[in-house]
Design a protein. Structure first.
Length: 83
């Protein structure tokens, strides 16, 4: 993933779930960046977005990543799943 490549958020989860999702996408050849507020992770706070982890992929691969994850159909907590 280059520094200039635009990213898209394909899923929002808690830290451990985000790590599993990251592994799943990377096993399919999709590079992943996890974005989170460190205070939420350190203190275990899950209020007002703290504790949320955004699973981000290159914009050009976002649709493929969503298909792999099933986002929009049956995914719980994922962006597009219940939104």
């Amino acid at each position: 993933m280059s520094e200039r490549e635009q990213l898209a958020t394909v899923y929002t989860a808690r830290y451990m779930e985000a790590q599993i999702i990251k592994g799943r996408l990377e096993s399919e050849g999709i590079p992943v960046l996890l974005s989170y507020e460190s205070a939420g992770l350190v203190y275990g706070i899950t209020i007002d977005g703290l504790g949320e982890v955004k699973v981000m992929v290159p914009k050009r691969l976002a649709e493929e990543a969503k298909e792999i994850l099933g986002v929009g159909e049956f995914a719980e907590g994922g962006e597009g799943g219940s939104n």
